[in-house]
Design a protein around this ligand. Sequence first.
Ligand SMILES: [Zn+2]
Length: 122
Amino acid sequence: MGTFACRCGYIIRDNDYPCPLTGQLKWQTETESESEERNSDVKDFLAALENESDKDWVKNYFAGRYFELYPDQITIGDVIEDIASRASNKDGRCVYRCPECERIYIQREFYTDDWTCYEKVE
Ligand SMILES: [Zn+2]
């Protein structure tokens, strides 16, 4: 995102990854569907490897020219990591925490700029 302005005036900068002030919130329904999708896609890929149709599988699954690098520069391990990464980036919402006032901001929907602010109660 770049920067996020807290109501107290503190500017949260998340240019560097991983950022200790930024996270992701997922409900169990989302982590469960993510897990099912990831496991199913990994099983499909492993079946394609057994059938020696893995190059076609990679071409159909990933966007862009990713498949041109497989399997010479992109390994089987890379494909499995990228399947997992794709599933984990599908749902959830971003969370920011302000180190000054301890407010927490939770994105209402993934890929939007609509936030709910929670303040610490003493
Ligand atoms: Zn703040």
